[in-house]
Design a protein around this ligand. Structure first.
Ligand code: BGC
Ligand code: BGC
Length: 982
């Protein structure tokens, strides 16, 4: 789209995520971010008016259809959003006319997505548009969309064309055949069916226009029924167009299109539907909310992740589970991984147990598929599919087909070798049972899952007579960088644990439902034993296997070897490859990575996390620290797997390093909000979202689940003043309201930082644009060649030197130069009068406040002569103790004078000051002043700084402090707190 980019970052309030500008470059990632849903379906945040580059999608739980290579995928369902507003013949689009105001908001508390736009059409007519949409949580087949239109400066005719799109695509693939369509009173309907899985879908929609009389007209082009409302508007009048949609599939009812029409006819008003929806959300948050005080970014991010998890889980259906990318994108095609059981499930088990039960029952219903997979591979029992969909048959693609026509296809081994999944599912089943005491479910569903997969392990384990032990060879562990290994500690121990629980469940069934005592149909132990052909012999074998299953653990060093031979592989120092924007596997290639001691994601550490409540881990309390020290920094935690940061956060918190934990935690919490891996457009990182919940509860809350109930040992991140959440444990709600542990007795930090000096432009705010426009106007008037690119060279450069750069060889008298500087300044001063607190860059205020709270003095050190005005307009004058600006000193940056002047004003020694700068000359000046330097921006610009950050978003004083501590211990090399943004 050819629209000027107003790229700005998101704004976070306690409950609302705000996108203050429209940035076409982020169109698809933001469609993911603004996904709404209700567990029945998810709808990406695509715009109602439609754009060629957009990836609109509505994905419904369980609506899979066959597709080449990937076997099956969630079919993109008919698009219910389409709503086109035509103003006096001119169609509203963000890439035409002028956007005078834009704001999009996701209200997490009430599951409501809103957009407000003030738009001037190419004809010069201005109007306000307020969009709002929701997927009803109170009544799941119901969707609501409203558009309020207010003409600001014209009278005229408006047409609103509202459609159902029966030709939605899955990235070029079409899943639907059209069965029918038609019109209703002020409404339309559509009936379609998936081509291969034959799932029928019926959708119906009606429109109400409120505030004026409208005429309606239906058009029925094939697959695209449309209803157009036309009305006359006068200046200042607000008209509401309400579109209400119903949708059913043949998975719920035999005649979905009739059901959709009947439901639609019976619906109450938009306002009442919305109210019921909001009440349903209130009930969700009553149990599942997490409150954080002292850190608004984390507060919003945590709620955001929980929101996305919640809207992808079905509370009404037990034949579906949550795909790795939820219902928010096409990544992994709607397939289901261990992500659900290991990463997402604890949130549900402990705050929404009915949903957890549904998710696990899905695995029960897919046991037949798991049995087919085991039989196909020559094993007994049930072997769950690495990637699963409707039936439980293996749907991991066999190869990944490169787009380059001459490249070789890459074999995907995980489908054959990543076998730990069956034990992961057993793990989740057991923990659900422990947390809920749901004996009926264990008896009727869970036991069969645990026992039939135990039968699979029995046939999969290999006896090694030479070593007198059981082994598992040729596997892939949790870490997928090593594609064929023997005796992976994670897999072996998970299997051993699984067999232990299989014995326990077997005994429990015998004990609770003994033969002869129960009535025939209650005699589950016997019935299940017969079904699975299970005997006490099996139980004996399991015990033997438990006793002799090999776990590569060295008692001397306390180290667990990830798999046999791992310690012999070539070592790696990941720092040698920084900075990078892709995985180490992408850098080194698959084969080379296989040969190195580098991990895609935690493996031994994942195991220690999952086994945290077992005796063996309790008996060796330093095992975690030792293995952490070995494995954490060999893990590709930035671009390897998004599953890593949350787990590292938990372990770091448990090891008593909350500042480090916090950094990892924020990486997980912001993965989609900041698109920090660059693939948010594919869908929400759901495992990471579940990991975020676990990091708060098990990491910072330090929750341990004991028989007597959950117990907290909080390790709050330094800025958090309060943490509240609830856990449901064995029928009782436990409320946690945690405060930070007492401040550490000795608070001695190495570099004793007492002051921060901030550059203004590009650091706290962006007046660069105003400067640029003023220079551009001057250059145009003088006929001097100048553009945005040339402007880059002026970053941080004082006014006179900037002018000289623009002027180049052209000769001017001193008087002329003076006049030009004044003229530019006049243009600039005029424009900065429009600055407001909104113009503060994200993260700035939060950091200023934290620094003040920590007793640190704050100064501004800017080359600008208008710094005072800008600071006042930004509303931060009362947060600043001193200002050093272009009038304070004569020699500009890179001379250190401006910073030295600021330090003097603060009454501080240079060595106790930190400078935050975005310009090369500014970093030079800070270092020349003998101060610590934090550079914001790319390394080629600010790489000389001690710490390099993309910007101030999510940056906390404590995190900076621990970095500075470490730097002053070491050699003062530049470090990267966060990877650079793209
Ligand atoms: C990870 C797996 C994960 C999958 C789906 C892969 O990159 O290595 O552990 O299950 O993504 O999220
Ligand atoms: C993931 C595997 C997944 C495969 C195919 C890989 O990138 O790491 O876990 O099964 O893609 O979808």
């Amino acid at each position: 789209m050819n629209i000027p980019a107003h790229s700005r970052d998101l704004i976070y309030t306690d409950w609302t995520l705000i996108e203050p500008h429209f940035d076409p470059k982020q169109l698809r990632a933001r469609e993911t971010v603004f996904t709404i849903g209700n567990g029945y379906l998810g709808t990406r945040g695509s715009f109602e008016e439609g754009y060629p580059q957009a990836l609109p999608a509505t994905l419904m739980r369980g609506v899979y259809d066959d597709a080449p290579v990937i076997y099956t995928e969630l079919a993109n369902c008919p698009d219910w959003l389409s709503l086109v507003v035509i103003v006096n013949g001119e169609r509203f689009r963000l890439d035409r006319g002028t956007i005078l105001h834009y704001e999009r908001q996701l209200d997490l508390r009430h599951g409501l997505l809103k957009r407000s736009v003030r738009w001037r059409s190419p004809n010069g007519e201005t109007l306000d548009l307020q969009f709002e949409r929701f997927a009803s949580l109170a009544d799941r087949p119901v969707l609501g969309l409203r558009c309020q239109i207010t003409p600001i400066d014209f009278n005229g005719t408006i047409e609103v064309q509202s459609s159902l799109n029966g030709y939605p695509e899955n990235q070029d693939f079409e899943h639907w055949e059209q069965l029918g369509q038609g019109k209703l009173e002020q409404g339309i309907w559509l009936q379609v069916r998936t081509r291969r899985s034959h799932i029928e879908l019926g959708m119906a929609a009606k429109i109400a226009v409120i505030g004026t009389n409208a005429s309606f007209q239906v058009a029925n082009p094939p697959g695209y029924p449309s209803l157009t409302a036309t009305f006359v508007v006068t200046k200042g009048q607000t008209i509401s167009v309400e579109k209400v949609v119903t949708v059913f599939t043949s998975q719920e009812t035999e005649m979905p299109v009739q059901a959709a029409q009947t439901k639609l006819a019976a619906l109450s008003s938009y306002a009442l539907l919305l109210e019921a929806h909001q009440q349903a959300w209130d009930a969700v948050w009553q149990h599942s909310d997490i409150e954080i005080e002292g850190d608004r970014t984390a507060q919003l991010a945590v709620r955001y992740n929980l929101f996305q998890l919640f809207i992808s889980a079905s509370s009404h259906h037990d034949r579906v589970s949550i795909p790795a990318k939820t219902l928010s994108g096409f990544g992994y095609r709607g397939h289901i991984f261990w992500d659900t059981e290991i990463f997402m499930l604890p949130f549900f088990t402990l705050t929404q147990p009915a949903i957890a039960r549904n998710l696990l029952t899905y695995r029960y219903h897919t046991l037949e598929g798991a049995r087919r997979k085991a039989a196909h591979r020559g094993y007994q029992g049930a072997m769950f599919a690495w990637e699963s969909a409707a039936t439980g048959d293996e749907v991991t693609p066999k190869t990944s087909i490169p787009t380059d026509p001459y490249a070789e296809a890459v074999r995907i081994w995980v489908r054959d070798r990543e076998i730990h999944l069956s034990a992961d599912i057993a793990y989740a089943v057991w923990h659900y049972w422990q947390a809920t005491g749901d004996d009926d479910w264990l008896r009727d569903y869970g036991a069969e899952i645990i026992l039939d997969t135990a039968l699979f392990w029995m046939s999969r384990l290999e006896w090694n007579p030479k070593q007198d032990r059981y082994e598992l060879c040729g596997v892939i562990g949790a870490d997928e960088y090593h594609e064929q290994v023997n005796n992976n500690a994670f897999t072996n121990r998970m299997v051993q644990w699984h067999l232990e629980k299989a014995v326990a469940v077997y005994d429990w069934l015998q004990h609770r439902f003994p033969v002869g005592e129960a009535s025939q149909n209650e005699n589950h132990a016997t019935a299940l034993a017969q079904k699975l052909q299970l005997t006490s012999e099996h139980r004996l074998s399991w015990q033997a296997m438990i006793a002799k299953l090999y776990i590569p653990y060295d008692v001397e060093t306390g180290l667990i070897e990830q798999f046999e031979g791992f310690f012999q592989l070539q070592d790696i120092d990941l720092n040698d490859y920084e900075p990078r924007d892709r995985s180490i596997q992408a850098v080194l290639g698959i084969d080379e990575t296989n040969q190195r001691q580098v991990l895609k994601q935690p493996d031994v550490l994942m195991l220690l996390y999952l086994m945290r409540d077992t005796q063996a881990v309790h008996d060796h309390p330093d095992t975690l620290q030792k293995n952490w020290d070995y494995y954490a920094h060999r893990t590709d935690s930035t671009y390897g797997s998004s599953l890593t940061p949350a787990i590292h956060a938990i372990l770091a918190a448990n090891l008593g390093a909350p500042a480090d934990a916090y950094q990892q935690f924020m990486r997980a919490a912001m993965v989609d909000l900041e698109d920090n891996r660059g693939n948010t457009e594919d869908g929400i990182h759901a495992a990471s979202a579940g990991g975020v919940w676990q990091a708060v509860v098990f990491g910072f809350g330090g929750i341990q689940l004991k028989d007597s109930g959950p117990v907290a040992t909080p390790q709050l991140p330094p800025t958090w003043t309060r943490l509240k959440f609830k856990l449901h444990w064995r029928g009782i709600w436990h409320n946690f309201d945690l405060a930070p542990s007492l401040p550490q007795a000795s608070d001695s930090h190495n570099p004793d930082i007492q002051g921060f000096i901030f550059d203004l432009d590009g650091v706290l705010t962006n007046t660069a644009e105003f400067h640029y426009r003023a220079w551009q106007q001057l250059a145009d008037e003088e006929n001097l060649p100048f553009d945005r690119q040339a402007n880059e060279a002026l970053r941080g450069v004082a006014r006179r030197d900037s002018l000289l750069l623009i002027v180049g060889d052209r000769s001017y008298s001193e008087a002329q130069l003076q006049e030009m500087m004044e003229r530019k300044n006049r243009y600039y001063v005029e424009s900065i009068q429009t600055i407001t607190p909104q113009d503060l860059l994200p993260g700035a205020v939060a950091l200023l406040d934290e620094l003040r709270q920590a007793g640190i003095k704050i100064a501004i050190g800017s080359a600008s002569k208008n710094a005072k005005t800008v600071i006042e307009k930004l509303g931060i004058a009362d947060r600043v103790d001193a200002i050093a600006d272009g009038d304070s000193v004569t020699r500009p940056k890179p001379d250190p004078d401006v910073f030295l002047y600021a330090a003097k004003q603060l009454g501080l020694e240079p060595a106790h000051c930190v400078v935050v700068e975005d310009a090369t000359v500014g970093i030079e000046a800070a270092i020349a002043a003998g101060m610590w330097a934090i550079g914001l921006g790319p390394r080629d610009r600010v790489g000389a700084a001690h710490i390099v950050l993309p910007n101030l978003m999510g940056i906390h004083w404590t995190a900076l402090q621990s970095k500075l501590d470490r730097l002053s211990d070491g050699n003062g090399m530049a470090v990267h707190l966060l990877a650079e943004q793209h």
